[in-house]
Design a binder for this molecule. Sequence first.
Ligand code: PLP
Length: 390
Amino acid sequence: MRTIETGSVRLLVKETVPAVLSSRFGEEAAGAALAFHRTLPSYRETALVPLPSLARSLGLGGIYVKDESTRFGLKAFKGLGGSYAIHCLLKEAEAARGGGSAGRTPEMPEFATATDGNHGKGVAWAAAQLGSRAHVFMPQGSAEARRQAILDAGAAEAVITDLNYDGTVAFAREQAEANGWILVQDTSWEGYEEIPARIIEGYLTLAEEAAAVLDGEGITPTHVFLQAGVGAMAGGIAARLRQRYGKTLKVVTVEPEEAACLLASWQEPDGLPHTVGGNPRTIMAGLNCGTPCGVVWPVLRDQAFGMAAISDDVSREGMRRYAHPLGEDRPVVSGESGAATLGFLLEAAREPALREALGLDSSSRILLINTEGDTDPEMYRKIIRETPAT
Ligand SMILES: Cc1ncc(COP(=O)(O)O)c(C=O)c1O
């Protein structure tokens, strides 16, 4: 493993591309999630946006952005996971009672979760779709706009705590136990793995949609850059895409430098997930998580080619480039966490040491996921007011 540092990016890369390993996040799970999502009235496939002008200007073969800013009208991909997990829970409960398909029952449970915003919005929305309620807890410093968006998305209570993200997860767990709510959390710990795994399976829908479009155009991605908080989305998507495209696909995770728990864990010799403590501050609210998700940590540990940590300025640059595209490219509305990977790509393509370490050249075809739109509209407007430097 080697480390490359620029002023705003730290990248760890393996010397060789790792082998493909099997996991539960494969074809069958992805197919089941996609089939479920297709039954939802508000389901629409999100766009895969090519950025040919930007790719040319960076000397790359292609850039393709799976644009999740329009998913279910929630401005983020997260509703995919919450809805699928709740569907599976209700279906299993129904089966245990010897009944038929999932649907509204007199014993409809209520749900609880901790969130930086997007996941809670997805859970509140999914609960409302089923005629239930969600109780959503947010870390200290969460934007009021994000809390309001949760209330708008479904029948929910949403509370900003005075705890950091990990503390808020523990609090939501206690509240769920005390009140008989079902915890629908997008990260895992010992003994709490099945619901997070279902959430991750739900995310696979976006990988299936993206791959189907790429296949249709005869494009095989060489790199996928995945932004990570606890790494649940990155791990699931990485597992599925590597199963699909094979060993040559290089997976790189991107985290805020203040909360780079995957990268920190990768540096430890014991191979275990490690926590980054404190009350980290970053504009990338969705990525501000201190502990890797144990369900997918082994996937990322063993199958990631690189792990990067970036400064907030890198994400701002990504947001501005999405908002003010080059040449024939179309604009994409991308928030702070959504644009982290484009920001990283801009820096990586320009910096020779990063470019070389990642093997970026004119034959590279990069897949990015714009995981959110303007989920904090005021901050978004402020940031994109400036046009990009180049
Ligand atoms: C917009 C956005 N992108 C990416 C992520 C990262 O997902 P994960 O925590 O599974 O790594 C989140 C998580 O909340 C998010 O809200």
